[in-house]
Design a binder for this molecule. Structure first.
Ligand code: SAH
Length: 217
């Protein structure tokens, strides 16, 4: 009989969706193996939760495809002790991966229902002491706990919000899907003093970053 337990589905997800596409960062693969994705997605079957696609969360929002979570986590290069700002918590799956990589994470979600669910799941999994969830407009960042070593934007932005650049520490990285509303590029920005370098990544499609320095609805 086939074994469709979450452990088996997690191993299969890593092998067939992530390693097969060339992701080899052992720390990211280990983090993915330790975070039970289905716990963040109680409204889906286990098979749906581990499928090779973005899946619905609430109110027309989505939870990113596992491969995209792996790719962004690798680009962000989080090390233990890093202060990480995530914009767009969703149901908190990516947040848990950032915690597993050793980050002390501040995550901002504009939808209070999603922020509430994410907090409940992250608490259930024992991550709560490493995460601060803020309900609000992430295009404004979160100044109170800045500067951040890493900033991850998980919604589609027309440009890097100005305030996020100000809240990034020297030598820090920002990973962001940037571009027009229908298709973006996953870009990595690095700050060295006042100089910025940009690396372009794959094309992708995220739900829009709606806010004061993002899209207007
Ligand atoms: N990081 C999550 C969710 C990505 S979906 C994951 O890994 O699955 C993007 C999320 O960004 C949605 O939940 C949406 O509500 C949120 N969002 C959109 N605009 C926002 C803004 N200005 N500030 C904070 N969150 C925002």
């Amino acid at each position: 009989m086939d074994d469709f337990s979450p452990d088996t589905l997690t191993r299969r997800m890593i092998r067939e969706q992530i390693v097969s596409r060339g992701m080899a960062d052992p720390r990211v693969l280990t983090a993915l193996s330790r975070v039970p994705r289905h716990v963040f997605l109680p409204h889906l079957t286990w098979e749906e939760a581990y499928a090779d696609k973005a899946v619905p969360s609430l109110d027309g929002q989505t939870v990113s495809q596992p491969y995209i979570v792996a790719l962004m986590s690798g680009l962000l290069d989080v090390h233990p002790g890093h202060r990480v700002l995530e914009i767009g918590t969703g149901l908190g799956y990516q947040t848990a991966i950032l915690v597993e990589l050793g980050g002390q994470v501040v995550t901002v979600e504009s939808n209070p229902r999603l922020a509430h669910c994410a907090l409940a799941t992250l608490t259930q999994l024992g991550c709560a002491d490493r995460v601060t969830i803020v309900t609000g407009d992430g295009t404004l960042g979160y100044a109170a706990l800045s500067p951040y070593d890493r900033i991850l934007v998980t919604a589609a932005a027309p440009h890097v919000p100005t305030v996020l650049k100000q809240q990034l520490a020297d030598e820090g990285l920002i990973v962001i899907p940037e571009g027009p509303r229908d298709v973006q590029q996953l870009r990595t920005y690095q700050r060295r003093g006042d100089a910025w370098t940009r690396r372009d990544g794959i094309s992708c499609r995220f739900v829009p970053l709606i806010g004061g320095d993002g899209w207007r609805m």
